[in-house]
Write a protein that binds this ligand. Structure first.
Ligand code: FES
Ligand code: FES
Length: 158
């Protein structure tokens, strides 16, 4: 049994204490210790994006990030975006064109899209493709995801 320590994480604006081994992926600390089920487990190997959260505003794969390496960085999960104006635009656009199919990948998709638009409010189609390419959707909702990002960014159809 690996040795456990106590870590104080800043999650969705609050300090939260978790007991875990330092090498536990942040994904499991968020899901199992803190009950934040918006973070999904997909591949566990950094390849699908289902586990995407923000670390100081940048998208990261929480399945690859050891909880012992998070330090004082601010972690944001989908739950932490509930009152966020940009997230509202994304949620509305997602609903407007019914992006979701099974829904499993979508929290990770929205976390990545949010980080993109926070950094680049009017991305080109190529910039959207580049930002989103690491987020896999087994249901193939890619065209609707890209359309929803275009709507959320307030851009006319090309
Ligand atoms: S579960 Fe983390 S990238 Fe797939
Ligand atoms: S909506 Fe099913 S995996 Fe993306």
């Amino acid at each position: 049994m690996p040795e456990e320590d106590e870590f104080v994480l800043v999650v969705n604006g609050e300090e939260r204490t978790v007991r875990a081994s330092a090498d536990m992926p942040l994904l499991w600390a968020l899901r199992q210790e803190l009950g934040l089920s918006g973070v999904k487990f997909g591949c566990g190997a950094g390849l699908c994006g289902a586990c995407t959260v923000h670390l100081d505003g940048s998208p990261v794969r929480s399945c690859l990030l050891p909880v012992g390496d998070v330090g004082s960085s601010k972690v944001t999960t989908l739950e932490g975006l509930q009152d966020d104006p940009l997230a509202e635009k994304l949620f509305d656009a997602w609903l407007e064109i019914d992006v979701m199919q099974c829904g499993y990948c979508q929290a990770g998709q929205i976390m990545t899209a949010h980080a993109l638009l926070a950094d680049n409010p009017k991305p080109s189609a190529g910039e959207v493709d580049a930002a989103m390419e690491g987020n896999i959707c087994r249901c193939g909702t890619y065209p609707r995801i890209r359309e929803a990002i275009r709507i959320a960014s307030g851009q006319e159809k090309a």
